[in-house]
Design a protein around this ligand. Structure first.
Ligand code: MG
Length: 328
Protein backbone atom coordinates (compact mmCIF):
# COMPACT_ATOMS: atom_id res chain seq x y z
CA UNK A 1 0.00 0.00 0.00
CA UNK A 2 2.73 2.36 1.01
CA UNK A 3 4.66 1.63 -2.18
CA UNK A 4 1.51 2.05 -4.31
CA UNK A 5 0.94 5.45 -2.75
CA UNK A 6 4.49 6.55 -3.48
CA UNK A 7 4.16 5.30 -7.04
CA UNK A 8 1.08 7.47 -7.61
CA UNK A 9 2.05 10.38 -5.40
CA UNK A 10 5.06 11.47 -7.43
CA UNK A 11 3.30 12.04 -10.79
CA UNK A 12 0.30 13.58 -9.04
CA UNK A 13 2.55 16.00 -7.15
CA UNK A 14 4.43 16.80 -10.35
CA UNK A 15 1.19 17.51 -12.17
CA UNK A 16 -0.02 19.72 -9.31
CA UNK A 17 3.25 21.66 -9.33
CA UNK A 18 2.89 22.17 -13.07
CA UNK A 19 -0.62 23.56 -12.67
CA UNK A 20 0.54 25.97 -9.95
CA UNK A 21 3.49 27.08 -12.08
CA UNK A 22 1.24 27.70 -15.07
CA UNK A 23 -1.01 29.88 -12.94
CA UNK A 24 1.90 31.94 -11.61
CA UNK A 25 3.40 32.43 -15.06
CA UNK A 26 0.09 33.09 -16.83
CA UNK A 27 0.43 36.15 -19.09
CA UNK A 28 -1.14 39.45 -18.03
CA UNK A 29 -3.45 39.20 -21.04
CA UNK A 30 -5.41 36.52 -19.17
CA UNK A 31 -6.95 39.51 -17.43
CA UNK A 32 -9.39 41.30 -19.73
CA UNK A 33 -8.96 45.05 -20.39
CA UNK A 34 -12.10 45.83 -18.38
CA UNK A 35 -10.94 43.67 -15.45
CA UNK A 36 -7.62 45.48 -15.54
CA UNK A 37 -8.81 49.07 -15.97
CA UNK A 38 -12.40 49.05 -14.65
CA UNK A 39 -14.30 52.32 -14.65
CA UNK A 40 -12.91 55.09 -16.81
CA UNK A 41 -13.00 58.77 -16.06
CA UNK A 42 -11.47 62.01 -17.26
CA UNK A 43 -8.79 63.80 -15.24
CA UNK A 44 -7.44 66.91 -16.88
CA UNK A 45 -6.59 66.05 -20.49
CA UNK A 46 -6.26 62.31 -19.87
CA UNK A 47 -8.59 59.31 -19.64
CA UNK A 48 -7.73 57.45 -16.45
CA UNK A 49 -8.64 53.98 -15.22
CA UNK A 50 -10.02 52.77 -11.88
CA UNK A 51 -6.54 53.15 -10.35
CA UNK A 52 -6.20 56.75 -11.55
CA UNK A 53 -3.56 55.78 -14.13
CA UNK A 54 -3.77 57.16 -17.70
CA UNK A 55 -5.20 54.54 -20.02
CA UNK A 56 -4.99 54.26 -23.81
CA UNK A 57 -7.53 52.00 -25.47
CA UNK A 58 -6.93 50.70 -28.97
CA UNK A 59 -9.37 48.90 -31.19
CA UNK A 60 -11.63 48.77 -34.19
CA UNK A 61 -14.77 50.56 -35.25
CA UNK A 62 -17.48 48.47 -36.85
CA UNK A 63 -18.90 49.89 -40.11
CA UNK A 64 -22.29 51.63 -40.46
CA UNK A 65 -24.68 49.27 -38.68
CA UNK A 66 -27.37 49.24 -41.38
CA UNK A 67 -24.91 48.34 -44.15
CA UNK A 68 -22.61 45.79 -42.46
CA UNK A 69 -24.67 44.33 -39.62
CA UNK A 70 -23.05 40.91 -39.97
CA UNK A 71 -20.14 41.89 -37.66
CA UNK A 72 -22.37 43.05 -34.79
CA UNK A 73 -22.17 39.77 -32.87
CA UNK A 74 -20.28 37.85 -30.19
CA UNK A 75 -18.16 35.68 -32.48
CA UNK A 76 -16.74 38.57 -34.51
CA UNK A 77 -16.04 40.76 -31.47
CA UNK A 78 -14.51 37.88 -29.48
CA UNK A 79 -12.25 37.17 -32.47
CA UNK A 80 -11.17 40.81 -32.57
CA UNK A 81 -10.38 40.62 -28.85
CA UNK A 82 -8.45 37.33 -29.11
CA UNK A 83 -6.67 37.66 -32.46
CA UNK A 84 -6.49 41.45 -33.04
CA UNK A 85 -5.86 42.23 -29.35
CA UNK A 86 -8.43 45.05 -29.23
CA UNK A 87 -9.39 46.63 -25.91
CA UNK A 88 -12.32 48.60 -27.36
CA UNK A 89 -14.93 48.10 -30.08
CA UNK A 90 -17.17 50.78 -31.58
CA UNK A 91 -20.73 50.21 -32.72
CA UNK A 92 -21.45 52.81 -35.42
CA UNK A 93 -25.23 52.92 -35.03
CA UNK A 94 -26.60 54.48 -38.22
CA UNK A 95 -29.14 57.26 -37.81
CA UNK A 96 -30.06 58.34 -41.35
CA UNK A 97 -29.89 56.43 -44.66
CA UNK A 98 -32.02 53.55 -43.41
CA UNK A 99 -30.76 53.66 -39.82
CA UNK A 100 -32.39 54.42 -36.46
CA UNK A 101 -34.80 57.10 -37.75
CA UNK A 102 -36.52 54.47 -39.92
CA UNK A 103 -35.76 51.26 -38.03
CA UNK A 104 -35.28 52.02 -34.34
CA UNK A 105 -35.84 48.44 -33.15
CA UNK A 106 -33.33 46.92 -35.57
CA UNK A 107 -30.68 49.50 -34.70
CA UNK A 108 -31.29 49.20 -30.96
CA UNK A 109 -30.85 45.43 -31.31
CA UNK A 110 -27.46 45.98 -32.97
CA UNK A 111 -26.33 48.27 -30.16
CA UNK A 112 -27.46 45.66 -27.62
CA UNK A 113 -25.65 42.87 -29.48
CA UNK A 114 -22.42 44.89 -29.49
CA UNK A 115 -22.72 45.64 -25.76
CA UNK A 116 -23.43 41.99 -24.91
CA UNK A 117 -20.47 40.87 -27.02
CA UNK A 118 -18.11 43.42 -25.46
CA UNK A 119 -19.14 42.35 -21.95
CA UNK A 120 -18.52 38.69 -22.82
CA UNK A 121 -15.10 39.54 -24.30
CA UNK A 122 -14.13 41.90 -21.46
CA UNK A 123 -13.53 44.90 -23.73
CA UNK A 124 -14.89 48.45 -23.76
CA UNK A 125 -17.68 49.36 -26.18
CA UNK A 126 -18.43 52.76 -27.69
CA UNK A 127 -22.08 53.24 -28.66
CA UNK A 128 -21.73 55.80 -31.42
CA UNK A 129 -24.69 57.81 -32.70
CA UNK A 130 -23.39 57.71 -36.26
CA UNK A 131 -24.91 60.92 -37.62
CA UNK A 132 -23.73 63.97 -39.56
CA UNK A 133 -26.88 66.00 -38.88
CA UNK A 134 -28.41 66.48 -35.43
CA UNK A 135 -31.45 64.52 -34.27
CA UNK A 136 -31.61 65.55 -30.62
CA UNK A 137 -35.01 64.02 -29.79
CA UNK A 138 -34.21 60.63 -31.33
CA UNK A 139 -30.70 60.64 -29.83
CA UNK A 140 -32.15 61.43 -26.41
CA UNK A 141 -34.63 58.55 -26.64
CA UNK A 142 -31.91 56.17 -27.81
CA UNK A 143 -29.35 57.11 -25.18
CA UNK A 144 -31.90 57.25 -22.34
CA UNK A 145 -32.72 53.63 -23.11
CA UNK A 146 -29.07 52.56 -23.35
CA UNK A 147 -28.08 54.48 -20.19
CA UNK A 148 -30.94 53.16 -18.06
CA UNK A 149 -30.14 49.55 -18.93
CA UNK A 150 -26.34 49.54 -19.26
CA UNK A 151 -25.13 52.63 -17.37
CA UNK A 152 -23.77 50.49 -14.50
CA UNK A 153 -21.41 48.56 -16.79
CA UNK A 154 -17.76 49.72 -16.71
CA UNK A 155 -17.54 48.67 -20.40
CA UNK A 156 -19.91 51.32 -21.75
CA UNK A 157 -18.79 54.55 -23.45
CA UNK A 158 -21.25 56.94 -25.14
CA UNK A 159 -20.49 58.86 -28.34
CA UNK A 160 -23.29 61.35 -28.85
CA UNK A 161 -22.68 62.71 -32.38
CA UNK A 162 -20.20 61.10 -34.74
CA UNK A 163 -19.27 63.88 -37.17
CA UNK A 164 -21.08 67.22 -37.17
CA UNK A 165 -20.99 68.78 -40.64
CA UNK A 166 -19.24 72.15 -41.11
CA UNK A 167 -22.49 74.15 -41.09
CA UNK A 168 -23.07 73.19 -37.44
CA UNK A 169 -21.25 75.73 -35.36
CA UNK A 170 -19.87 74.69 -31.96
CA UNK A 171 -21.28 77.54 -29.89
CA UNK A 172 -24.76 77.74 -31.39
CA UNK A 173 -25.44 74.16 -32.54
CA UNK A 174 -23.07 71.35 -31.56
CA UNK A 175 -22.45 72.43 -27.97
CA UNK A 176 -26.17 72.96 -27.14
CA UNK A 177 -26.95 69.57 -28.73
CA UNK A 178 -24.39 67.78 -26.51
CA UNK A 179 -25.58 69.66 -23.41
CA UNK A 180 -29.13 68.41 -24.05
CA UNK A 181 -28.29 64.79 -24.98
CA UNK A 182 -25.63 64.30 -22.30
CA UNK A 183 -28.07 65.79 -19.79
CA UNK A 184 -30.48 62.98 -20.66
CA UNK A 185 -27.70 60.40 -20.28
CA UNK A 186 -26.58 61.85 -16.93
CA UNK A 187 -30.13 61.61 -15.56
CA UNK A 188 -29.77 57.82 -15.92
CA UNK A 189 -26.02 57.32 -15.61
CA UNK A 190 -24.04 59.85 -13.60
CA UNK A 191 -20.55 58.73 -14.48
CA UNK A 192 -19.69 56.70 -17.62
CA UNK A 193 -17.36 58.30 -20.16
CA UNK A 194 -19.01 60.37 -22.91
CA UNK A 195 -17.21 61.35 -26.11
CA UNK A 196 -18.57 64.47 -27.81
CA UNK A 197 -18.27 65.04 -31.55
CA UNK A 198 -16.63 68.29 -32.67
CA UNK A 199 -17.34 70.55 -35.65
CA UNK A 200 -16.15 69.89 -39.20
CA UNK A 201 -16.30 66.05 -39.14
CA UNK A 202 -14.82 65.94 -35.62
CA UNK A 203 -11.67 67.84 -36.42
CA UNK A 204 -12.23 71.20 -34.65
CA UNK A 205 -11.23 69.91 -31.22
CA UNK A 206 -9.39 73.19 -30.59
CA UNK A 207 -12.64 75.16 -30.99
CA UNK A 208 -14.54 72.82 -28.66
CA UNK A 209 -11.74 73.19 -26.10
CA UNK A 210 -12.33 76.96 -25.93
CA UNK A 211 -15.78 76.48 -24.39
CA UNK A 212 -15.92 72.89 -23.13
CA UNK A 213 -19.07 71.14 -21.93
CA UNK A 214 -20.20 71.49 -18.34
CA UNK A 215 -20.31 67.74 -17.51
CA UNK A 216 -17.65 65.58 -15.87
CA UNK A 217 -16.11 62.60 -17.67
CA UNK A 218 -16.42 64.06 -21.14
CA UNK A 219 -13.77 63.73 -23.87
CA UNK A 220 -13.84 65.25 -27.36
CA UNK A 221 -13.81 63.38 -30.66
CA UNK A 222 -10.88 63.67 -33.05
CA UNK A 223 -11.12 61.91 -36.41
CA UNK A 224 -8.32 61.67 -38.95
CA UNK A 225 -7.57 59.91 -42.22
CA UNK A 226 -3.83 59.63 -42.81
CA UNK A 227 -4.09 60.20 -46.56
CA UNK A 228 -5.91 63.54 -46.05
CA UNK A 229 -5.02 64.89 -42.60
CA UNK A 230 -1.51 65.65 -41.48
CA UNK A 231 0.53 67.92 -39.25
CA UNK A 232 -1.98 70.79 -39.26
CA UNK A 233 -4.65 68.55 -37.71
CA UNK A 234 -2.14 67.22 -35.16
CA UNK A 235 -1.41 70.86 -34.27
CA UNK A 236 -5.14 71.46 -33.63
CA UNK A 237 -5.22 68.39 -31.40
CA UNK A 238 -2.14 69.60 -29.51
CA UNK A 239 -3.84 72.98 -28.99
CA UNK A 240 -6.95 71.29 -27.56
CA UNK A 241 -4.84 69.18 -25.19
CA UNK A 242 -2.94 72.28 -24.07
CA UNK A 243 -6.29 73.87 -23.18
CA UNK A 244 -6.87 70.98 -20.79
CA UNK A 245 -9.47 68.81 -22.52
CA UNK A 246 -9.20 65.06 -23.18
CA UNK A 247 -9.32 63.80 -26.77
CA UNK A 248 -10.46 60.39 -27.99
CA UNK A 249 -9.86 59.20 -31.57
CA UNK A 250 -13.03 57.16 -32.07
CA UNK A 251 -12.36 56.80 -35.80
CA UNK A 252 -9.28 57.03 -37.98
CA UNK A 253 -8.18 55.55 -41.28
CA UNK A 254 -4.98 54.68 -43.08
CA UNK A 255 -6.49 56.06 -46.33
CA UNK A 256 -8.06 59.25 -47.70
CA UNK A 257 -11.01 60.73 -45.82
CA UNK A 258 -13.46 59.25 -48.34
CA UNK A 259 -12.30 55.79 -47.24
CA UNK A 260 -10.41 55.07 -50.42
CA UNK A 261 -7.17 55.99 -52.19
CA UNK A 262 -4.81 53.38 -50.79
CA UNK A 263 -2.87 53.07 -47.53
CA UNK A 264 -0.59 55.95 -46.48
CA UNK A 265 1.70 53.93 -44.21
CA UNK A 266 4.23 56.74 -43.58
CA UNK A 267 1.64 59.28 -42.40
CA UNK A 268 -0.15 56.56 -40.42
CA UNK A 269 3.14 55.97 -38.59
CA UNK A 270 3.35 59.70 -37.69
CA UNK A 271 -0.18 59.58 -36.31
CA UNK A 272 0.62 56.47 -34.23
CA UNK A 273 3.56 58.33 -32.71
CA UNK A 274 1.31 61.29 -31.90
CA UNK A 275 -1.22 58.94 -30.28
CA UNK A 276 1.48 57.26 -28.19
CA UNK A 277 3.15 60.55 -27.17
CA UNK A 278 -0.17 61.94 -25.94
CA UNK A 279 -1.58 58.72 -24.42
CA UNK A 280 -4.62 58.89 -26.71
CA UNK A 281 -7.08 56.11 -27.42
CA UNK A 282 -7.94 55.16 -30.99
CA UNK A 283 -10.15 52.97 -33.14
CA UNK A 284 -9.49 52.18 -36.76
CA UNK A 285 -12.22 52.51 -39.37
CA UNK A 286 -13.42 49.85 -40.09
CA UNK A 287 -14.47 46.23 -39.63
CA UNK A 288 -16.09 45.79 -43.03
CA UNK A 289 -15.69 43.64 -46.11
CA UNK A 290 -16.67 46.49 -48.43
CA UNK A 291 -14.58 46.96 -51.55
CA UNK A 292 -12.78 50.11 -50.38
CA UNK A 293 -9.25 50.72 -49.10
CA UNK A 294 -10.17 51.57 -45.49
CA UNK A 295 -12.15 48.35 -44.99
CA UNK A 296 -10.07 45.93 -42.89
CA UNK A 297 -11.51 42.83 -44.53
CA UNK A 298 -11.77 41.66 -48.10
CA UNK A 299 -15.15 41.01 -49.75
CA UNK A 300 -16.81 37.87 -48.41
CA UNK A 301 -14.94 37.69 -45.07
CA UNK A 302 -17.07 35.81 -42.55
CA UNK A 303 -19.35 37.63 -40.11
CA UNK A 304 -18.12 35.23 -37.42
CA UNK A 305 -14.41 36.16 -37.32
CA UNK A 306 -11.70 33.55 -37.82
CA UNK A 307 -10.20 35.59 -40.67
CA UNK A 308 -7.02 34.31 -42.28
CA UNK A 309 -4.45 36.76 -43.65
CA UNK A 310 -5.70 36.29 -47.20
CA UNK A 311 -9.12 37.60 -46.06
CA UNK A 312 -7.64 40.77 -44.54
CA UNK A 313 -6.98 43.91 -46.63
CA UNK A 314 -3.60 45.72 -46.77
CA UNK A 315 -5.02 48.32 -44.34
CA UNK A 316 -6.36 45.61 -42.05
CA UNK A 317 -3.02 43.82 -41.96
CA UNK A 318 -1.13 46.99 -41.04
CA UNK A 319 -3.64 47.80 -38.30
CA UNK A 320 -3.82 44.26 -36.92
CA UNK A 321 -0.04 43.98 -36.76
CA UNK A 322 0.16 47.17 -34.68
CA UNK A 323 -2.73 46.20 -32.38
CA UNK A 324 -1.01 42.91 -31.60
CA UNK A 325 2.05 44.77 -30.29
CA UNK A 326 0.10 47.05 -27.91
CA UNK A 327 -0.71 46.54 -24.22
CA UNK A 328 -4.36 46.28 -23.36
MG1 MG B 1 -22.41 54.52 -14.80
Amino acid sequence: MDRMLRRWARPVMAALAMVLLMQVSAPASAETPVERHGRLSVQGNRIVDQHGAPVSLHGMSLFWSQWQPQYYNRDAIQWLADDWNISVIRAAIAVHAGGYMEHPEAEMARAEAAIDAAVAAGVYVIIDWHAHDPEPEAASRFFASIASRYGDLPNLIYETWNEPLPQYDWATSVRPYHEAVIGVIRAQDPDNLVIAGTPRWSQDVDIAAETPLTFDNVAYTLHFYAGSHRGDLRAKAATALSKGVAIFVTEWGTTNADGDGGVDAAETELWWRFIADNQLSDLNWSVADKDEASAALLPGASGQGGWTLDQISPSGRLVRERLRTLDR
